[in-house]
Design a protein around this ligand. Structure first.
Ligand SMILES: C[S@@+](CC[C@H](N)C(=O)[O-])C[C@H]1O[C@@H](n2cnc3c(N)ncnc32)[C@H](O)[C@@H]1O
Length: 278
């Protein structure tokens, strides 16, 4: 008996993650960049708020391993949640990101701090031309890449030392797991740590893992907003066929308190790390 082909599970979830309800990759040119700038500002505000709420276990874990002489590759650096703290302690950081909106926000933040050791490469990791660095790091930027093995092998090729991959962990008993089983016939609504770790294991990578200690549960102002969130996560686009089932599950499983609907699901990340064998 063979188990699931985890690379294939990742691939199909990544394709789903790039659907019309997620990512907005179908917009072109100026419209896409305007949307990206708005998204970058929103993303940065949310990241800054979250960073102020509790210590960042994953960031601190990497910082403890960085030395002043290290060069760091931050793949999908976004607005610099990691790149900026890395640049404060390492020799240099190369921030790879295809979004000009994210890159502009990162540049502004680096300039405001007087950091001149961040180089930006405006490209997807798959296309980026970079030299080897001491450390290769990627947080939440691999979900729209169907070929996880190719993504990871390129990281290994460009890392003289450690590779780090931070990914979200789905709740083991969440509403999204229940709904994904009903809608997609399997428990995952998107690429995640559970699928990614096993895909790496099937590549012969025996990685270590650091878990964030707690989950930040989602809360919505109305059941309609929760329905929209569920539909977005399920990649349903304009398909309303499952709305009744989703509403039923939300009414049964979300708890209403302080004027909001609270999910058992939420955001929690794990970081996979390993030293590629040469
Ligand atoms: C959710 S943000 C994460 C930002 C940051 N790493 C963090 O954890 O806060 C994802 C970022 O990855 C970028 N991204 C998406 N696909 C990518 C790819 N194939 N290669 C490099 N960056 C990518 C996006 O443009 C976006 O800035």
């Amino acid at each position: 008996m063979t188990g699931p082909d985890w690379a294939e599970v990742w691939r199909s979830l990544a394709v789903l993650a790039c659907g019309p309800e997620k990512g907005g990759q179908r917009k072109g040119g100026h419209a896409r960049e305007a949307a990206n700038a708005v998204r970058a500002a929103r993303f940065d505000a949310a990241a800054t708020r979250k960073a102020s709420e509790r210590p960042d276990t994953l960031l601190n874990f990497v910082l403890e391993r960085l030395r002043p002489e290290h060069t760091v590759l931050d793949i999908g650096a976004g607005t610099g949640r990691f790149a900026i703290p890395f640049a404060r302690v390492a020799r240099s950081v190369t921030a790879v990101d295809p979004s000009a909106g994210m890159a502009a926000a990162l540049f502004q933040k680096a300039a405001a701090e007087g950091l001149s050791n961040i180089r930006q490469v405006n490209a997807a990791w798959e296309d980026a031309q970079v030299e080897p660095h001491d450390v290769a790091f990627c947080s939440h930027a691999m979900y729209s890449s169907p070929d996880l093995a190719g993504f990871v092998r390129k990281m290994e090729l460009k890392a003289r030392g450690i590779c780090f991959l931070a990914m979200r962990i789905p709740s083991h008993d969440g509403v999204m797991r229940e709904l994904s089983c009903r809608v997609h016939g399997q428990p995952h609504d998107s690429p995640n740590f559970w699928v990614g770790y096993q895909a790496l294991y099937d590549m012969g990578i025996y990685a270590s893992v650091v878990m964030e200690p707690g989950i930040r549960c989602w809360a919505d102002d109305s059941l309609d907003a929760a329905l929209q969130r569920a539909r977005r996560h399920l990649g349903l686009g304009c398909n309303t066929a499952f709305d009744d089932e989703i509403r039923e599950a939300l009414a049964r499983r979300l708890s209403f308190r302080d004027g909001r609907y609270h999910w058992p699901d939420g955001m929690r990340s794990a970081m996979i790390w390993w030293e590629p064998s040469r």
